[in-house]
Design a protein around this ligand. Structure first.
Ligand code: CA
Ligand code: CA
Ligand code: CA
Length: 349
């Protein structure tokens, strides 16, 4: 039960190593990778979708299912807040979902309740009541009616984790064994891009994804709230929080070495909640001059085929800045990433 996430990541590293060894077969491997990236079958639409999350302990009879979503598919359960990027309608559909998981007792599901429906929100807070010395809490998702255009995450503010919920029912740990007891809140976030941010109680939280980079390689990206002195740096999972973002309209900007910065507009209402789907920042600006063009292409070419064991790229460019997906080697995958960014310029400051 609860296959450890680390194992999965280890396998991915192994996969990358294998890919490197078989560099000669790169085109075939690209095809394979593309096949892997295909989303699971999705039946939902943008306005009528649902995702059922089931929280449980090692005792698989302790199940707590909750459903989030939009439209008729969720009418028997809970009405969620609108999606990031959509207007807050402040009608009864804008519900905050609270769920309680009692871990040490016999039952995981103590209650599932719809909280104050007059309070609009754009993330779904889920409260988990973890008893002291409790076993791990896991979550798995049923995505049979999800909308494939959205991605979904659980945000664990206490541990600074952005938890990706696998679409194949694989459980992931939310809180591991030995977690301190008490009520903990995780937030479900969903949006049309993989990078997203939202506020709850004037705390800005979010996750940044750089296409092509795996979780664990998304650290040290700068997130700034333009017009304020507020900023944060992402951790390796792309997770960040910024406190004290009160009502107002802000431009959120994300940038980092060799990236074309992205921006999104966040309007925080009087209740302190709002959300924004950010454009994913794209890797490809190797010389960091705010545009991805032929100069960057030439620099990338200087490092082609190089890895940490295979020599440097000459005087003008480092292997690290050309390794756009941060897998330790400069190869065709990095060119594919650069193609996404090619011709793009950063929004002006
Ligand atoms: Ca940049
Ligand atoms: Ca450039
Ligand atoms: Ca690379």
């Amino acid at each position: 039960m609860g296959k450890p996430r680390q194992l999965v990541q280890k396998n991915l590293h192994g996969w990358c190593t294998m890919k490197r060894l078989l560099a000669i077969a790169v085109p075939a491997f690209l095809l394979l990778a593309m096949a892997c990236a295909q989303p699971a079958e999705s039946a939902g639409t943008q306005d009528n979708w649902s995702v059922k999350l089931t929280f449980f302990t090692q005792n698989s009879t302790d199940l707590l299912p909750i459903t989030i979503g939009e439209g008729a598919s969720t009418k028997e359960t809970m009405k969620p807040p609108p999606m990031p990027g959509k207007a807050v309608t402040s009608n009864a559909d804008d519900a905050i979902v609270n769920a309680y998981v009692k871990v040490a007792g016999k039952k995981a599901a103590e209650s599932v309740a719809q909280a104050d429906t007059s309070l609009p929100g754009r993330v779904w807070p889920i409260e988990i009541n973890v008893e002291e010395g409790a076993a791990a809490v896991y979550v798995s998702g049923d995505f049979s009616n999800y909308y494939g255009g959205y991605t979904y995450y659980l945000m664990d503010l206490e541990n600074g984790k952005r938890i990706e919920i696998p679409k194949n029912n694989t459980p992931v740990a939310v809180f591991t064994s030995g977690a301190n007891g008490g009520v903990k809140t995780v937030y479900v976030m969903a949006g049309s891009s993989e990078s997203m941010a939202a506020t709850a109680d004037n705390k800005l939280m979010g996750g940044i994804k750089v296409p092509g980079r795996s979780s664990g390689k998304l650290g040290n990206l700068a997130v700034t709230v333009n017009g304020t002195a507020k900023s944060a740096t992402t951790n390796d999972d792309g997770f960040f929080t910024i406190d004290g973002v009160g009502p107002g309209t802000y431009t959120i900007r994300v940038d980092g070495p060799n990236l074309i910065a992205s921006e999104g507009t966040l309007t925080v209402g009087a209740d302190g909640s709002a959300s924004v789907a950010l454009e994913d920042p794209l890797a490809g600006d190797i010389n960091d001059n705010a545009v991805c063009d032929i100069t960057d292409f030439v620099l990338l070419k200087k490092c082609f085929g190089k890895d940490s064991e295979g020599g440097d790229c000459g005087q003008v460019v480092t292997l690290d800045s050309s390794d756009l997906n941060k897998d330790g080697v400069v190869d065709i995958s990095d060119f594919v990433l650069m193609k996404k960014a090619f011709g793009k310029a950063e929004p002006g400051l």
